[in-house]
Design a protein around this ligand. Structure first.
Ligand SMILES: NC(=O)C1=CN([C@@H]2O[C@H](COP(=O)(O)OP(=O)(O)OC[C@H]3O[C@@H](n4cnc5c(N)ncnc54)[C@H](O)[C@@H]3O)[C@@H](O)[C@H]2O)[C@@H](O)CC1
Ligand SMILES: Nc1ncnc2c1ncn2[C@@H]1O[C@H](COP(=O)(O)OP(=O)(O)O)[C@@H](O)[C@H]1O
Length: 468
């Protein structure tokens, strides 16, 4: 996993004061982009660099110098040059023979160095025209630091550069991970600014997860039996399919036993047991998926609230005042898995504040932190294109999910994976992180059409993760 920061201003400032100058940082920023281009594109390819008036533009001008002669470099400066660094960089570039181009033409590589972290107002007509044109080009699109049109807090402006790759300077930033900007940010790579990233970054309590972080359930001992791997009890209500999907996922992910807790007899697959109460040896519970109003309060009080077993609260459980009372239990492993609409409901129950889904989406990081401030012992997993997971003071971003997951049933699989890990004895935060990673990586591995994946296909991919 990699550290993530709200902004890099303080980190840059620390460098200037303690280690190296702005000029050297900028040289490394440009060298990082140069390396990316040289690795992916042979000399002779054309590179269009659109550079703005500030330091982001200066990065672009420096890149032009580094590529000039080996590549067919076209440098466009639509706003001229305003501050000291771009002036210095342009002087150096001009001395080498680089001239500005007036025409914007397609190229093999298009670099957006218009505005980076300094974008502080809506784009004007000139930028809008430029970005429309750059987006229409076929070349590989690289954003320097952050695509123009994504504000420092990650908010997406009505128009943004549509990057294939964002080469972000020095450290990963939260602004790269708001859901609404995921499409324009593309793949994210970090560029080191002339020193180890450890030294540049310092401490952070926010992290972005990588595929290598996923830990699968271990079965490294032979002297075991089904009881060794826990017993997941999944409350199955009105929409029994949700319980069956979650139960199948829990069993596939290693739970030694899985029982669907039911009120009425259902047709369950043979590997799932069913019972009308929670089995005595259950080691974790999941409730909410397809639940409806199936179980009476007395029953829930006895088997869910008074139980103190580790628990996943999902879907309908997140709008039940009774079930949400569980989050006050400080001695219990608790995972909440709302999607943004469910978060709105649970936030209203917990605080009385009525939010719109769009408000939650616009400030996902802030909302998760506000929840965490009230309930630090609870693991909150806010679903989305970039899932956020937080417990105690640590926040983890899982950006690895994909659109194949946008189908009913994916969330039930996730609940099943998490309750499986809880049943096997993993702490709530680990169960949420590794369940969420397994879901995302399994979806990536699915080979069918992007629109075709069923929850059962996803579970089949989970079953193969160890072999990948
Ligand atoms: N600070 C440093 O030492 C480093 C900075 N780097 C680069 O510098 C960037 C930040 O540089 P700056 O702070 O100069 O910011 P930018 O270059 O992103 O933009 C600042 C300029 O854009 C203008 N501006 C902002 N919004 C505008 C709008 N909507 N329409 C028209 N003009 C607008 C501002 O008035 C200012 O002139 C980073 O994103 C990164 O690319 C890198 O070189 C790494 C080192
Ligand atoms: N476009 C996407 N990119 C990444 N992950 C996605 C995307 N769409 C859905 N997901 C993930 O799929 C799951 C869907 O859960 P949910 O909406 O609760 O589905 P369900 O209908 O099964 O309850 C979540 O984990 C969510 O993060």
């Amino acid at each position: 996993m990699q550290k993530v920061f709200k902004s890099c201003d303080k980190l840059d400032q620390k460098c200037y004061e303690s280690y190296i100058t702005e000029d050297i940082l900028m040289e490394h920023a440009a060298m990082g982009m140069e390396k990316y281009i040289r690795t992916h594109f042979a000399p002779g390819n054309s590179v269009l660099i659109v550079a703005g008036p500030g330091n982001n533009g200066a990065d672009g001008i420096t890149l032009a110098r580094l590529l000039y002669h080996d590549y067919e470099v076209k440098l466009h400066l639509p706003y001229g040059i305003k501050s000291l660094m771009p002036k210095l960089q342009l002087k150096r570039a001009n001395a080498l023979g680089i001239e500005e181009t007036e025409e914007l033409e397609d190229a093999d590589v298009i670099v957006d160095a218009l505005f980076g972290a300094g974008l502080n107002r809506l784009l004007d007509d000139l930028s809008i025209q430029l970005i429309h044109k750059m987006n229409s080009f076929k070349g590989h699109k690289i954003a320097c630091d952050i695509p123009t049109g994504v504000a420092e807090d990650g908010t997406l402006m009505p128009l943004a550069f549509n990057a294939d790759t964002t080469l972000t300077m020095g450290a990963y930033k939260e602004a790269l991970y708001l859901d609404e900007s995921k499409d324009v940010i593309g793949k994210v790579e970090r560029i080191n600014l002339g020193m180890s990233s450890q030294l540049y970054e310092g401490e952070s309590d926010t992290f972005v997860l990588e595929p290598e972080d996923m830990k699968l359930p271990t079965r490294d001992k032979e002297a075991t039996h089904k009881g060794t791997f826990g017993h997941a009890a999944i409350f199955t209500g009105e929409k029994e399919g949700a319980g069956i999907i979650a139960g199948t996922a829990a069993t596939r992910f290693g739970a030694g036993l899985t029982t669907l807790v039911i009120h009425e007899k259902i047709m369950a697959p043979p590997y799932l047991m069913h019972a009308t109460t929670v089995p005595d040896n259950a080691s974790a519970l999941a409730i909410g998926m397809g639940l409806g109003g199936h179980f009476e309060e007395e029953f829930l009080q006895k088997y869910v609230i008074n139980s103190h077993l580790p628990i996943v609260l999902d879907a309908d459980a997140l709008s039940s005042m009774l079930l949400l009372s569980i989050i006050e239990q400080r001695d219990r492993e608790i995972v909440l898995t709302p999607h943004p609409k469910e978060f709105v409901l649970l936030w209203m129950i917990l605080t009385g504040e009525v939010l719109k889904v769009s408000e939650v989406q616009a400030k996902r990081f802030e909302m998760v932190r506000m929840f965490n401030h009230k309930y630090p012992h609870v693991t909150l997993l806010l679903k989305g294109a970039n899932t956020l997971i937080m417990q105690e003071e640590n926040l983890y971003i899982n950006p690895l999910g994909c659109t194949k997951l946008s189908k009913g049933g994916s969330g039930d699989v996730l609940s099943g994976l998490i309750v499986s890990l809880l049943a096997q004895g993993y702490p709530a935060i680990d169960a949420a992180i590794h369940g969420s990673l397994a879901l995302a990586i399994a979806a990536q591995n699915y080979q069918g059409a992007s629109y075709a994946m069923l929850a059962t296909d996803l579970i089949d991919e989970v079953a193969k993760l160890e072999l990948c």
